[in-house]
Ligand binder design. Sequence first.
Ligand SMILES: [Zn+2]
Length: 134
Amino acid sequence: MSADAIESEVPHRCVVCGCKDLWRQKDFPTGLGLLIVGLAIVLSSVAIAWFRPVLALGILMGFALLDMLLFMLMKDRLVCYRCHARYRNTGALTDHGGFKLELNERYRQESLRLQSANQDLNPESTSRSPQING
Ligand SMILES: [Zn+2]
């Protein structure tokens, strides 16, 4: 870890691997988010099955309001594209953008190439995790 990786409580590169590409995401458990969406689908479907379309719309609007409130209240965190290290409580994150699929794909391909190269160098190794040298 280098001392200049963090400036004014905001990491501008990953402290674990040194990668400069970090992205911002909501600090909210994905499983809980999927559970909320699934609950909205089930409850509104039940209301439709009972021929209560106004109730179904009310349920969907209520969950949309809940989603909006969670989006506004939850803090952001930074995630490293290369090693997926997460940084919470990091102050202002305005200099980091959202998730970019092409950048993520570049690091995924890099990880696969490193994994393949490691298997070529050490064929007896059964390790599936990529080795990051740096
Ligand atoms: Zn990293």
